[in-house]
Unconditional design. Structure first.
Length: 271
């Protein structure tokens, strides 16, 4: 089965976890654990470049090069965290989406935030236009790439995040999104409401911290896909910073006790 068909089939029943590597080594590690698909993380990549995870912090050419590297390292389908399409207008989104498809992804996501901190969400009509442009760009390539549309209402502090997320996700589904995603939702009742509103289209839920929900719980709520966003990268940075601070502040090396054994990593990477 082609990688694109495999990825689409994963969304048709059950619930799967799609973790987020940020370089070739983390791709290899996650594949070795048996995950059936992977997704890039804009934050994880930005942090490797010493940049914050905000729209416009990295040029689209660098992002596309990174996406291509992750795809080339993987043997499973890869979904690109493509932020807002790295363009100020729908025409630019379409062009960049075409380039992302050419990088070999099985799916990509478009979010509805811009660079205006005072009004971070695009107006609904503009956001829909951008999703529709992404859909038409994908269709124009003739490649069966899944389009995920993200409503960022919970993350930007919208006054009514559930209501607005459902309104937007329903509109994005009408505009051609295959998968719907409202990052930041954590309450089971809210998750169930989103799943019900866009059914039968699949829903992705982000788990960025331990809320007590298990994959099995999310599956019972009707979630098809679970991503972890920047969380694995932040776990990595957390361990790194704790060890560095211990050395700098105390002159001790206790944090090294949690290090992965050298032979295990050499074996993982084929030595």
């Amino acid at each position: 089965m082609a990688v694109h068909e495999t990825f689409r089939a994963l969304h048709e029943q059950g619930c799967f976890v799609i973790p987020n590597p940020w370089d070739r080594g983390t791709v290899r590690a996650l594949e070795s654990l048996g995950f059936p698909a992977l997704a890039t993380t804009s934050a994880g990549f930005a942090f490797t470049r010493g940049a914050p995870d905000v729209p416009g912090s990295l040029p689209v050419d660098a992002v596309l090069e990174h996406v291509a590297e992750i795809v080339s390292a993987a043997t499973v389908p890869v979904n690109a965290d493509f932020q807002n399409g790295y363009a100020p207008d729908a025409a630019g989104v379409a062009e960049n989406v075409r380039r992302c498809v050419q990088a070999g992804v099985a799916g990509l996501s478009i979010e509805d935030t811009g660079e205006d901190e005072a009004a971070p969400l695009f107006e609904l009509a503009e956001a829909v236009e951008r999703v529709r442009a992404a859909r038409e760009a994908i269709d124009g390539t003739g490649v069966e790439v899944l389009l995920t549309a993200r409503a960022e209402c919970f993350l930007v502090g919208h006054a009514e995040p559930l209501r607005e997320s459902i309104l937007r996700l329903e509109a994005y589904a009408e505009a051609g999104a295959d998968v719907l995603y409202a990052p930041g939702v954590t309450e089971p009742a809210d998750i169930r409401a989103i799943v019900g509103a866009v059914a039968p289209k699949p829903v992705n839920v982000l788990v960025s911290r331990d809320t007590g929900l298990r994959v099995a719980d999310l599956a019972e709520l009707g979630v098809r896909r679970v991503s972890v966003g920047s969380s694995l990268a932040r776990v990595n940075w957390g361990a790194f910073l704790r060890a560095g601070r211990e050395i700098a502040e105390h002159g001790t090396f206790g944090a090294f006790a949690g290090a992965a054994p050298f032979p295990e990593l050499n074996a993982l990477f084929g030595a």
